[in-house]
Design a binder for this molecule. Structure first.
Ligand SMILES: [Mg+2]
Length: 233
């Protein structure tokens, strides 16, 4: 892949741990609600339905997730949830917003050598303030030439970034954990993509294998394999 000039990284679950924080919070949310009714497997699905409905109003991110937890709690307890427990739900969201940023193994070492050979960009989606503070707290900001925080990742939002920096899709490589958000839109616009799966994936980012169609992209087990891969061919 010697032709690559620009490498863009997804942030959540590519540069640092994210989804496990949501998973842990969903369990704590269940504990709060368990006072009101017997929790079954359906609760996660019910919360997701509310999140999905609210996405177009709140966008991605923790603050929207907090509001969706509150709305679900009110609905599922048939308005019986107490003010004190609403406060507990809000506190879960606040804990998420101040959660330490855990950079994934191997990221820093790889960025260290990549920065001397490639233009590097972070392309993430979500809440602007939350993502900006996470980038600052991660200690990784200085490795990147540009940081792009989008409200949605699709072919057209990626194309806008390539146009802005006058990057040709064939010179561009995107690395991320989500096939739906990081890989397929890049394939659609003729760019290169490497999928590095993460063990925990939000249901919204999951796609059926058939959606992948004829697109070709690469999959690496971990960032540790990236250097060898880039030096190939
Ligand atoms: Mg991600």
């Amino acid at each position: 892949m010697k032709h690559i000039k620009t490498i863009a990284f997804d942030a959540d679950d590519t540069l640092w741990v994210n989804e496990p924080i949501f998973t842990k919070t969903r369990l704590q949310f269940e504990t709060i609600l368990s006072k009101y009714f017997e929790i079954d497997n359906n609760l996660e699905h019910q919360l997701y339905e509310v999140e999905l409905k609210n996405l177009r109003l709140f966008g991605y991110g923790i603050k929207g997730f907090m509001l969706s937890m509150i709305e679900s709690a009110i609905e599922l307890t048939q308005h019986k949830i107490t003010g004190a427990d609403i406060q507990n739900v809000i506190n879960l969201g606040k804990e998420m917003l101040t959660h330490p940023v855990e950079v994934l193994p191997g990221i820093q070492e790889n960025l260290e050598w990549l920065k001397d050979h490639y233009q590097l960009i972070v392309i993430t989606k979500g809440d602007l303030w939350d993502q900006e503070t996470k980038i600052a707290r991660s200690g990784l900001a200085d490795y990147f030439d540009h940081i792009e925080i989008l409200s949605e990742k699709n072919a057209s939002t990626y194309q806008t970034i390539l146009d802005r920096y006058q990057i040709s899709p064939s010179d561009f490589l995107m690395i991320g954990n989500s096939l739906k958000s990081d890989i397929l839109p890049i394939c659609e616009i003729g760019g290169n993509a490497i999928h590095i799966p993460f063990h925990d994936t939000w249901v919204h980012e999951k796609i059926d294998k058939h959606t992948i169609g004829d697109f070709s992209f690469y999959e690496l087990d971990s960032i540790a394999d990236l250097k060898a891969y880039l030096n190939k061919k």
